[in-house]
Design a protein around this ligand. Structure first.
Ligand code: AMP
Length: 414
């Protein structure tokens, strides 16, 4: 019986992996430029971390978690997102006594039991940043600059929309939620079942319901952005003004509330029209550290969905194809042994070298060299071995010449 991969998981290989490597390289360069500390946390955590952190009533926790009892009877969950894990680590390792603010970046796989479609998987990867210890709008702005810089840098400028909103602080949100509930109440019976539940447990989330009849009802609903306290309004305006100055395109979307419970203040999403999906999102979460047992610590962060980013870079495949510098075409043992030293030295000096590993014929090796896109082929036949020479073939134009068989001569000619 053939064992196949699980629904919603993917193997990544050959041309596709080149795009992933390109993206990952850029992430590392960005992380370095912004002096972000890499953090790697476990793939599984106590279930409670997510129910308390992300929120019991969110889709992620309610419907999508991979949760199981381990052999010791503990309830374990494969991480559906990484902010909660990083916050757990922040508290557990006492990062607050290290430096403040402190900036982390991560990249890793997450797990959500979701209905599959293009760009929606059960195992997917995110690049994210979390900044702890700053209440200032500058931290919000820094996270937006990093995330938009990342997308621009990998070639997606103009191919995404940044939508931004503020969902206020505890103070302005409480007042606003009362207003929103009074607006919704007379129409509640005509809304979808999910919204009926949200009305009591998480009324803000009613705003991003996609059901048409709910949207119709909410058309004239009061919006939190129009009901912010002065501090929240100020931060929002400062971020918006800075985005203008930096030429970072954005649109204000008063309906963005984000799917996870821990956000407050400025929130945003990146979407791709081509995919019709969100490619990333983030915001401020000033209460999460405290909710998970740490000291009160303001924080901001974002997560970018790398599978979707990679889908948008599909047409880079050809450009990112790798080339081999030299293929050593040798069909006898003497030549093979003779070549090993030179090959080793070339590889140590950064050249990408290939040789036959499976006793292929001359013709088959030439075909192989062509397939792996070798720029040069070095042919070492019996005559050449005797004279300490080799034939260097330029695979692009087919020209050939005889050169001495040693490292310096080869390097001079390729
Ligand atoms: P979220 O944590 O839900 O805000 O997700 C952040 C980003 O992760 C999204 O914008 C997506 O790009 C990506 N993402 C979320 N869920 C999935 C999934 N099931 N498959 C692929 N990417 C996802």
């Amino acid at each position: 019986m053939k064992v196949t991969k699980q629904k919603g998981t993917r193997d990544i290989y050959l041309d596709d992996i080149k795009i992933w490597q390109f993206v990952e390289r850029n992430i590392r360069e960005i992380a370095n430029a912004y002096n972000l500390n890499e953090i790697r946390t476990p793939v599984f955590e106590a279930t409670e971390l997510f129910s308390r952190g992300v929120g019991e009533e969110t889709d992620v926790v309610n419907k999508e978690m991979y949760t199981f009892l381990d052999k010791g009877g503990r309830s374990i969950t494969l991480r559906p997102e990484l902010t909660a894990g990083v916050v757990r680590s922040y508290i557990e390792n006492g990062f607050d006594s290290y430096i403040s603010p402190i900036k982390f970046w991560y990249m890793g796989n997450m797990y959500r039991y979701e209905k599959m479609q293009k760009g929606r998987y059960r195992e997917f990867s995110q690049f994210g940043v979390e900044i702890f210890g700053s209440k200032s709008y500058k931290a919000d702005l820094e996270a937006i600059i990093i995330s938009s810089n990342f997308l621009d840098r990998i070639g997606l400028r103009g191919k995404y929309t940044l939508s931004i909103n503020s969902i206020g602080c505890k103070k302005c949100r409480e007042e606003y939620i009362n207003k929103l509930k009074s607006y919704i109440k007379p129409n509640l019976s005509s809304m979808c079942d999910d919204c009926k539940k949200r009305y009591d447990k998480n009324p803000l989330r009613v705003l991003d319901c996609k059901v048409e009849k709910c949207q119709e009802i909410l058309k004239d609903a009061p919006m939190i952005l129009d009901n912010l306290c002065d501090d929240c309004k100020n931060s929002f305006n400062k971020v918006i003004n800075s985005l203008e100055k930096l030429n970072i395109n954005y649109k204000i979307d008063k309906k963005i509330v984000r799917g996870l419970d821990y956000y407050n203040g400025i929130v945003y999403e990146y979407t791709s029209d081509d995919l019709g999906l969100a490619i990333g999102g983030g915001g401020r979460y000033d209460t999460l550290v405290e909710n998970l047992g740490g000291a009160s610590t303001p924080a901001v962060g974002f997560g970018m969905g790398l599978n979707r980013v990679v889908l948008l870079l599909e047409d880079m495949k050809e450009k990112l194809k790798s080339y081999v510098d030299v293929y050593f075409l040798i069909t006898n043992d003497e030549g093979y042994i003779k070549s090993l030293d030179v090959i080793k030295k070339l590889r140590e000096n950064g050249y990408k070298i290939e040789q036959d590993l499976s006793e292929k014929s001359f013709r088959a090796q030439l075909k192989y060299a062509d397939k792996i896109k070798a720029r040069y082929v070095i042919i070492l036949g019996e005559d050449e071995i005797k004279n300490n020479k080799c034939i260097l073939r330029n695979m692009e134009n087919g020209s050939q010449k005889e050169i001495c068989f040693n490292f310096d001569e080869i390097v001079d000619n390729i």
